[in-house]
Design a protein around this ligand. Structure first.
Ligand code: B4P
Ligand code: MG
Length: 280
């Protein structure tokens, strides 16, 4: 049966829930985020997510990626540190995942055995975890203390659920809510008016964003912004909702003066400082 249309997560709610940066804070106050992303064929995804995270309130960022990807990212993001061949090292439990405030896995990675093994290791930890792109497989999630946040686009959501994209798109909020409860995770179903469904039944619609986001790399940027937001918010739900809202608001800032055909994903991270300030 068709349910009620969920409410929008508005600009006023973002303003009321964004954290202030404590004058006494130091980088440790905001924690270290772990980003597992990128392969030598898809290094850009790790860079885009890394830029999103470091622009979004994090204290420190560690990027676990392949050696070849590191060489490309370092010149454009010297602020991060790295675990070389980190996905493999985490999958084989050779690199610890204990010291992080939050993690994201999947941008620019293959949906293969190594990704699945690394995800299993992360799920054993007690930190909030964003699961995107290559890490979005058809699987179940054991109960854990900290949240798991899946960020599929409709094609990925179809892969997870086995439901056809056309059908999912007709009842986006209903399917997101159903699967959030079924899997015991939060589901951020991307696309025009992104739906965020929490496992307790709470569902929100995002009012920002536009067709300039329909371009490769913008999802990677969102995963990074969300990772950073998880580190600086007290309430993880607010971090997820504010990340989606702010990412769309950057695209709306772009189209104030520029064609939606022309946005590059890394430019979202360049717009974010001014867009964020407008909410403060
Ligand atoms: P992938 O190759 O997996 O795409 P990706 O690497 O995940 O791209 P990226 O991370 O940059 O973007 P994402 O979508 O995550 O794509 C595989 C296949 O899936 C492709 O063939 C593609 O056509 C298909 N697919 C993707 N979206 C689909 C859809 N809606 N319906 C049917 N097939 C689809 O993140 C994109 C970001 O931009 C999100 O934040 C999203 O909300 C936003 N966005 C995109 N279009 C928007 C719009 N029109 N309005 C507002 N926001 C929009
Ligand atoms: Mg994506």
């Amino acid at each position: 049966p068709q349910k009620e249309t969920p409410s929008q997560w508005t600009k006023e709610q973002v303003k009321a829930t964004l954290p202030e940066r404590d004058p006494n804070s130091h980088k440790g106050s905001f924690g270290t985020a772990l980003l597992i992303a990128g392969t030598k064929e898809m290094p850009g995804a790790a860079l885009l997510a890394g830029l999103g995270a470091m622009r979004s309130g994090v204290g420190k960022l560690v990027i676990a990626t392949e050696a070849e990807a590191m060489a490309m990212i370092v010149p454009r993001l010297p602020e991060a540190t790295y675990v070389q061949n980190g996905m493999q090292r985490i999958a084989e439990q050779l690199a610890s995942v204990d010291a992080y405030r939050a993690a994201a896995i999947g941008p620019g990675t293959e949906p293969d055995r190594m990704t699945e093994d690394a995800l299993s290791v992360l799920l054993e930890s007690s930190m909030p975890l964003i699961v995107d792109a290559g890490a979005l497989s058809r699987r179940t999630y054991a109960e854990r203390q900290a949240p798991v946040i899946l960020t599929p686009h409709p094609a990925e959501f179809s892969r997870i659920t086995g439901v056809a994209v056309d059908e999912l798109q007709k009842h986006r909020a209903d399917y997101a809510a159903e699967w959030a409860e079924k899997l015991g995770v939060a589901i951020v179903l991307k696309g025009q008016n992104t739906v965020t469904a929490f496992q307790d039944g709470e569902v929100w619609i995002n009012p920002t964003g536009n067709s300039s986001l329909a371009k490769g790399g913008t999802g990677d940027t969102l995963a990074g912004i969300m990772l950073g937001m998880l580190c600086c918010h007290n309430d993880w739900k607010h971090a997820v909702l504010n990340a989606v809202h702010m990412h769309g608001a950057c695209a709306d800032e772009w189209t104030k003066t520029r064609s939606p055909h022309t946005l590059l994903a890394h430019e979202l991270a360049e717009l974010l400082p001014e867009v964020w300030a407008a909410f403060e």
